[in-house]
Design a protein around this ligand. Structure first.
Ligand code: NAD
Length: 560
């Protein structure tokens, strides 16, 4: 990518411990989280500053990275750094309650919001793709998506009328930074799963990190293993090296020949970016060269393959499988590739997640800046003690404590909603203040979120009032988080589903043990999920109206 040319890759690892070199914990935390995003244990391709999700970057270039780090170390506690798509562009005097960093990533004016125009600007070094938590410096490795994926597969089991996934076989694609959580999420739910990826090194990485049990290059052998596991009701995940467009079609043919039945089908290849999806007929080794030689022709081939890939998924659906789009825009791309039944299956948000969003629930995450895994163990216990009646949450924290291998700074994720998150934030702040924890805690969230996302193929697909593409909501969310005391706030375009298809916002707030941090945390962690409830009240969801009334959210036009 020419946008990152003339730069020097190097190995980055965030400093650990309770001593800081920056002048405030807000700035120190932003610096450590930027570095943590690029830690080789965390990032998929750190040498290119790519964290995850196709080409999701943490900084525009290595020079920009150095300048951000230097500026954060010098930043006064009443100053704010502005970052424009991964490049530090200005420092302004604000005040102590203001964010230390404000970030805008990949934003383009509507008519210009296309991949070709984005790439043209990127190649001039003028922008970068920030994905969701890559350019907002709160990616925590594959765990970040694990609980959501675990909860989604648990919801799939319920929709199949089962307690768990034992005795079922799932087929999916994409073992990258996010997609790599799928095999563990299925096995934690008791099922058997076959996951296809063209890149053997991604499958090897998931095995190394404990997210995948085994992988092979031999489809027959892989199928034999998962079919036997399904029959025995055992949890097993097997990876197979191959192109998902071909392998899905091949597996469908074998199913039609009566060899076995696949129960659940989804996909998390990087379909949102046609250059990050390998078309059938192009060798893995030629991928980068072919994509840069003629991006338009490559895009057309990728979409053609996605049409085959999605046609196979619809074939499984026609045969009775539970099939869903897992937030990568593959239906839209397959439709562009000429497959007109691409939207035959739903997206995962309307299918399984929306009721949670109506309560402002979504992935809430925290990171121990001490680097001490014990801090996460202690905060896990604290969250369980705060919400002892939430059986799913307690079960998840126990499973995660046993199964999750930390990547980079120790971190945890769990789903909490409106009038829950601030309780956790205040508790963590007390634990920092009392010295129970070895250092401050950074608290943020995914952009898979109830109130901060406009994404008609994903978070806001099929909204009850048809407001799927209204993007005022994420902008209001970012403004409110800024006004409420977040440590850094970001506004992004194109995350998850690609350029032209989403606008979303992020916030991260630091618990450094001070009374000021407590005041900020209480406001941010109440208001941020509150916008999710507000959004769903406005769209007419009854559960959101109940939550607003019960938990005291003021919505001026909601009849009491
Ligand atoms: P990634 O780029 O790290 O991984 C994508 C993987 O797909 C790579 O390992 C790549 O080798 C593989 N791949 C590409 N073309 C293939 C093909 N034809 N056949 C088989 N494998 C192929 O991306 P990621 O972070 O894992 O994200 C994957 C997708 O999921 C993205 O589109 C992302 O936007 C989306 N996403 C969804 C959620 C969610 O909540 N559901 C969250 C984050 C990301």
């Amino acid at each position: 990518n020419p946008g990152t040319a003339h730069t020097t890759p190097r190995t980055v690892r965030a400093p650990r411990g309770a001593e800081r070199t920056a002048k405030s914990w807000g700035a120190e935390a932003a610096k450590r989280m930027l570095m943590n995003n690029l830690d080789p244990e965390v990032a998929e391709h750190p040498e290119d500053l790519v964290v995850y999700g196709g080409t999701g970057r943490a900084a525009r270039s290595w020079e920009a990275f150095d300048a951000i780090v230097r500026t954060l170390d010098e930043l006064e506690p009443d100053e704010t750094l502005l970052v424009q798509s991964g490049k530090p562009v200005g420092v302004f005097r604000t005040h102590e309650w203001a964010p230390r960093v404000l970030i805008a990533n990949s934003n383009l004016v509507g008519d210009w919001a296309t991949w070709p125009e984005f790439r043209r600007l990127e190649s001039l070094g003028l922008t970068m793709y920030g994905q969701m938590t890559a350019g907002s410096w709160i990616y925590i490795g594959t765990q970040g998506i694990l609980q959501g994926t675990y909860e989604t597969f648990a919801a799939v089991a319920r929709s199949l009328g089962r307690d768990d996934l034992s005795g079922t076989l799932t087929l999916t694609g994409g073992a990258g930074g996010m997609g790599g959580a799928q095999p563990l999420a299925v096995t934690l739910n008791g099922g058997a799963v076959l996951i296809v990826d063209v890149d053997e090194s991604r499958l090897a990485r998931r095995v190394e990190h404990g997210y995948l049990d085994e992988y092979t290059t031999d489809l027959d052998a892989a199928l034999a293993r998962v079919v036997a596991a399904k029959a025995a009701g055992e949890a097993l995940s097997v990876g197979v090296v191959g192109n998902a467009a071909e392998v899905f079609a091949d597996v469908l043919l074998r199913q039609q020949a009566g060899e076995f039945t696949v129960d659940i089908v989804t996909d998390q290849t990087s379909a949102h970016d046609p250059l990050a999806y390998l078309p059938v007929g192009i060798a893995f080794e030629d991928w980068k060269a072919e994509a840069s030689r003629d991006p338009e022709a490559f895009t057309a081939r990728a979409r053609g393959s996605m049409a085959k890939h999605v046609a196979a998924m619809v074939g499984f659906q026609d045969a009775g499988a539970e099939v869903f789009d897992y937030g990568n825009s593959i239906r839209a791309e397959a439709q562009l590739g000429g497959f007109d039944r691409a939207f035959a299956f739903p997206g995962f948000v309307p299918a399984y997640i929306r009721p949670q969003f109506a309560e402002g629930r979504g992935p809430f995450r925290w990171v121990a800046l001490s680097g001490d895994p014990d801090d996460i163990r202690k905060t896990d216990e604290a969250v369980k003690a705060l919400f002892p009646d939430n059986a799913g949450l307690v079960r998840w924290l126990d499973k995660a404590g046993n199964a999750v291998h930390f990547e980079g700074l120790p971190a945890r994720i769990c789903w909490l909603g409106y009038k829950e998150r601030h309780l956790a934030g205040l508790k963590f702040n007390e634990m920092v203040a009392s010295g129970e924890l070895a250092g401050p805690i950074v608290i943020g969230r995914d952009h898979l979120d109830a109130g901060s996302v406009a994404s008609p193929y994903r978070e806001t697909e099929a909204m009850a009032d048809g407001s799927d593409a209204i993007a005022d909501w994420p902008l209001l969310n970012a403004l409110l988080n800024t006004a409420s005391g977040a440590s850094w706030v970001s506004i992004h375009h194109g995350g998850g589903v690609g350029i032209g298809r989403s606008i979303h916002a992020g916030q991260v707030t630091v618990a450094d043990g001070t009374p000021l941090a407590a005041e900020k945390l209480e406001r941010v962690l109440t208001n941020d999920p509150g916008t999710g409830v507000m959004r769903h009240v406005d769209a007419g969801y009854d559960r959101a109206k109940e939550v607003a009334r019960e938990r005291g959210l003021q919505v001026p036009m909601l009849e009491q």
